[in-house]
Design a protein around this ligand. Structure first.
Ligand code: GLA
Length: 399
């Protein structure tokens, strides 16, 4: 039988694993990247998001070790590392290995006994593009470590450990959307997630509408500092609003009427950040309703509004992103287009009629190249399942 691309990847990874660690792997874990359709910077405000897992993922081959070591090899970096499970601390290792250290540490702190392992890591989520390659890595590694130690899969525990890894090991105060969708994604569906209680509802995506992701290839230089600053500004908005509205716990508890009535209490930039988050929560709920009705026109209009708010009130866009979004929004066949992910570069997401995808992609690429000076990368993404861990049988181990 002909090998699929996934078979070929697995076989190549298994060969490298055996050569490096002198024994075959027993498990293959896979966790996807994500594209957020709408709901930006709402997650850490206890609000709503509507992401989809994509058909690009982090892959981890794993085998238990009898000692307390994690031996690691990252194919994409051609780099190895060894960690001692009894000496995991932030800031000892940097880069990709810090994500693995963080997951092992955070799962242990959440009372999952984690044993030693050999792990070979690969992936095809574009890095630094706002498609959550790091959440994919965290969830894939965490799921492999849980499976090797005999724990049943626990998507919410994995997501929380991933978020804590971002906070303590990477020093980004991220929300929990990326890890939750990497753990819980559903094929052909977007997920409406309530980030206060982690409840989620899969909403079917229409087969005649494609998810087109355009990568500006702008390095997200400001991403870490800008992200943490915005989060602090949202906290400040809550602190000031609580003086009048003591019942609120997060911007999730504020509506536009509250905000307008108390606008004079907030310095102008803080008011703008709060206005983005409060209006964005409303848009997410409205867009989920539109998607359930199959009303993709309305959904697209809400995406366009969300972009305006993200650019003007949250001030997280860049000139290159504006070229991508304004070009897409002006093309026939495009329902809506916006900056997706943490902000300050990365990717846009557009919903496009499937029979117009080719024309739309080539027109966006041509305009971007003309105005920015180089070509964007464009991915037409399929909404995919969340994390899976597959035990490998003897045939697969030696394939
Ligand atoms: C990043 C964070 C998420 C979320 C988005 C913005 O992807 O990791 O938690 O806050 O930015 O919506």
């Amino acid at each position: 039988m002909a090998h699929t691309a996934a078979d070929r990847r697995r076989i190549a990874m298994i060969r490298q694993f055996c050569a490096r660690f002198d024994a075959p792997p027993t498990h293959l874990s896979r966790a996807p990247g994500r594209v957020n359709l709408i709901g930006e910077h709402t997650d850490y405000n206890d609000g709503f998001v509507l992401p989809a897992a994509i058909d690009r993922a982090a892959y981890v081959l794993a085998r238990a070790r009898p000692d307390r070591r994690l031996r690691l090899y990252a194919v994409q970096y051609a780099a190895e590392a060894t960690l001692d499970l009894d000496r995991l601390r932030p800031d000892v290792v940097q880069g990709w290995a810090a994500y693995v250290a963080g997951m092992a540490d955070e799962l242990s702190r959440a009372d999952f006994a984690i044993g030693g392992a050999d792990l070979l890591i690969d992936g095809d989520v574009p890095q630094g593009a706002g498609l959550s390659s790091s959440a994919a890595l965290e969830v894939a590694v965490g799921a492999a470590l849980l499976a090797l130690s005999g724990h049943p899969p626990d998507p919410v525990a994995l997501a929380r450990a991933g978020q804590q890894t971002e906070h303590r090991y990477i020093h980004v105060r991220s929300g929990i959307m990326d890890q939750l969708i990497a753990a819980l994604g559903r094929r052909h569906h977007a997920l409406l997630i309530d980030c206060r209680d982690y409840r989620s509802e899969p909403i079917p995506l229409r087969p005649d509408v494609a998810i087109v992701v355009c990568n500006s290839k702008v390095r997200r230089e400001l991403a870490h500092s800008g992200y943490n600053t915005r989060r602090a500004e949202c906290d400040e908005a809550v602190r000031l609003l609580r003086e009048r509205l003591p019942h609120i716990r997060a911007l999730r508890d504020v509506d536009m009427a509250h905000l307008e009535a108390n606008a004079e209490r907030l310095p102008p930039p803080i008011l703008k950040r709060a206005r983005h988050v409060v209006s964005e929560n409303e848009r997410v709920l409205q867009s989920a309703e539109a998607l359930k009705r199959g009303d993709i026109q309305r959904f697209g209009a809400l995406m366009n509004e969300a972009h305006r708010s993200y650019r003007d009130d949250f001030e997280a866009s860049t000139p290159e992103i504006e070229v991508l979004v304004s070009t897409a929004q002006g093309l026939p066949g495009v329902y809506g287009s916006r900056l997706t992910g943490g902000g300050w570069g990365g990717c846009t997401v557009s919903l496009v009629a499937t029979d117009q995808v080719e024309q739309v992609c080539s027109r966006i690429a041509a305009t971007y190249e003309r105005e920015v000076g180089y070509a964007p990368e464009i991915y037409v993404c399929a909404a995919s399942d969340g994390v899976t861990v597959q035990p490998l049988d003897a045939d697969q181990q030696h394939s």
